[in-house]
Design a protein around this ligand. Structure first.
Ligand code: KG4
Ligand code: ZN
Length: 357
């Protein structure tokens, strides 16, 4: 299949979005349908796995039909079906995988089971579009989502080297928990970002866990604990708007300082390994955060390294990234067998590379 033009249907059901998209190998996104379950989960302040799985079952057929019709295609026009095969909430992953297998089997189409993290990791190679420059391997990746916070060297499709990870919470989780403690809605990241716009980031003194330490690992639980204590020390009753905005801004600044510091170490390490090539890339839901994007842009400028992040709508979960990862995967190593088993856990990376100093 290498080099041949391809049109692939992608399906994503690993968390709280039911999504389907059609993408071609020329990097055109022909359709990109994302149905969020925010309404179903928001009364609980987070994703409830059973509710998510049921909601996926109820809408998956319609979401796929809409993606096909918006692309103006039928199943016979496809060259493959790609689906998130993990990691994620297993009930949801099973719904997507079974649906994708059924389409692949009934139309005799190649099937690709995609690692959700790899889909985030490769999105930047899609998002330049048909006329844009495709980011080349190797690149240094900051992968920040609701469940993951990692620094990886992306060497090729399927070839990753993990150089740093969180010792406790993921960055998106820290945003979500902060939002929850402040009584903001779910998902919390966009809410915290919005409130932070009007806040004073110097107002509250918050810790920067791991800042200045060797290596590329992260930790956010100490920051979260201090946010909780700070809230407890505020005047009793409803938190006033100024305090809310200032706390969001202070949290975002502290988290950003940590990310910038860890990424600086990662760039130094990456540069030693690959002195003549390689860009810095951010991906995953938290990469939608404009403050973080601008800080990473500044950091990359200081190191004279090109920086890329997908457009915001391709940072949070979607199926265009799954379709694209499917195209890359089908070209690279061909289709997966239809007896693929959904994987609740599926780490990226061949293990820790040499710990950078
Ligand atoms: O990649 P994603 O959509 O799902 C996972 O694979 O986890 O990431 C979701 C996470 C959530 O924690 C959400 O709060 C966070 O990304 N997020 C943001 C923003 N948009 C989404 N965090 C900070 N600022 C944002 N603008
Ligand atoms: Zn994701």
């Amino acid at each position: 299949m290498n080099g041949l033009s391809m049109i692939v249907l992608g399906i994503e059901t690993s968390c709280d979005e039911t999504a389907a998209a059609v993408v071609n190998s020329e990097r055109d996104i022909l359709s990109n349908v994302v149905l969020s379950q925010i309404k179903e989960h928001s009364p609980y302040g987070g994703v409830v796995p059973e509710i998510a799985a049921r909601a996926h079952v109820e809408v998956i057929d319609k979401v796929i039909a809409r993606a096909m019709s918006e692309a103006g295609l039928n199943f016979d026009d496809l060259d493959g079906v790609a689906v998130t095969g993990g990691p994620g909430l297993i009930g949801g992953v099973i719904v997507g995988v079974m649906t994708a297998k059924a389409i692949a089997l009934s139309r005799s189409l190649p099937f690709a089971a995609v690692n959700h993290l790899e889909a985030h990791a490769l999105t930047v190679r899609l998002s330049g579009g048909r006329d844009g420059r495709s980011v080349k391997f190797p690149y240094l990746l900051l992968l920040v989502s609701g469940g993951h916070c990692q620094l990886l060297i992306v060497k090729d499709v399927g070839c990753y080297s993990l150089i740093g990870t969180t010792l406790d919470d993921a960055l998106g989780e820290a945003f979500d928990k902060t939002a929850k403690m402040l009584g903001l809605g779910y998902p919390g990241g966009p809410q915290v970002e919005q409130w932070a716009l009007d806040g004073d980031a110097d107002r509250f003194v918050l810790p920067r866990p791991m800042f200045g330490r060797e290596g590329c690992d992260f930790s956010f639980s100490g920051l979260k604990t201090k946010v909780r204590q700070t809230i407890q020390n505020l005047p009793a009753g409803e938190i006033c708007k100024t305090d809310l905005a200032d706390l969001c801004a202070s949290f975002q600044r502290a988290a950003g300082d940590v990310v910038e510091d860890r990424c600086a170490n990662a760039i130094r390490f990456f540069r030693e390994e690959y002195p003549f090539s390689g860009d810095l890339v951010a991906a995953g839901g938290v990469a939608a955060n404009k403050n973080l994007r601008s800080r990473l842009t500044g950091l990359a400028e200081n190191f004279n390294i090109p920086f890329h992040a997908p457009p915001v709508y391709l940072c949070t979960d979607n199926a265009a990234m799954v379709a694209w990862a499917g195209i890359e995967q089908l070209r690279h190593r061909g289709p997966d067998a239809l007896d693929f088993k959904p994987r609740p856990r599926w780490p990226l990376g061949s293990g820790m590379a040499q710990a950078p100093n």
